[in-house]
Design a binder for this molecule. Sequence first.
Ligand code: SF4
Length: 296
Amino acid sequence: MMQVHYVEPVFRPPSEAYSLILQVTNGCSWNNCTFCEMYTQPQKKFRFKPLKEIEQELAAVVASGEPVRRVFLADGDAMTLSSRRLKLIMKAINRYLPGIQRVSSYCLPRNLKNKTVEELAELNEMGLSLFYVGCESGDDLVLDRVSKGENFETSLSALKKIKAACARSSVMILNGMGGKKYSEQHAVNSARLMNAAQPEYLATLVVSFPTGMERYQQGFKGEFEPLDQAGLFQEMYWLLDTLELEKTIFRSDHASNYLVLKGVLGKDKPRLLATVKAALEQPGSVRLRQEWMRGL
Ligand code: SF4
């Protein structure tokens, strides 16, 4: 959208493809995870965008006449803003876009540490109702090795707060993150975290290293061995097998995944497990993405 000034690159979840991306912050205030290169360029140094500029951009979007039904607050952890500031932003969004259906944002567990359920509920009432939480893993050791700065308990506490505020969470788990050595504990503890949190959405991606594994390997003290295709299937089996979800929309269909899985858990657990089992035992029997199609 021409009227909005973006500091590139800008990232958003796939499901926000048709949303207005409103860059209320630039970069990520943590910017430390060893698997993430999203905001490492100098122009992406973390900062807030002044409210006045946000309002000017909203005014320009309205003037363009382009219909906006959904807004995604960028960049990496816009929820690091104080509740007071977020309320001012939501007020502005509602003023300029009164028919808005949904506002969403990435959210780090620590972004919610100093926010109360009441504050989140108030933001939810104003339309900020969906949070994409990159938990990546529920295993404390793996989270430590990749410098996520979170653990099982901090992640669970944030997801519980979101639920208590009647907002929804969409959680991301990264397959292959613990390598061969920690694959099973990564899968099982990630599932345990999900079981305790019962998020509305769960997606898995396969960890990838477009610019090399050096930094990642350092975190693992050189003991990281990436999973091959069979290892990724086995890890997915452990994850699904341990998941006890009541009503979570599950997607494992990102371009980085070899095997596309979709369903509602727990209802579709037997079917999804059977598909992964078939992929493990007879790789020729299920439709897999070819290597060249896996590009991110
Ligand atoms: S918190 Fe998210 S955006 Fe920030 S460094 Fe980690 S993965 Fe990247």
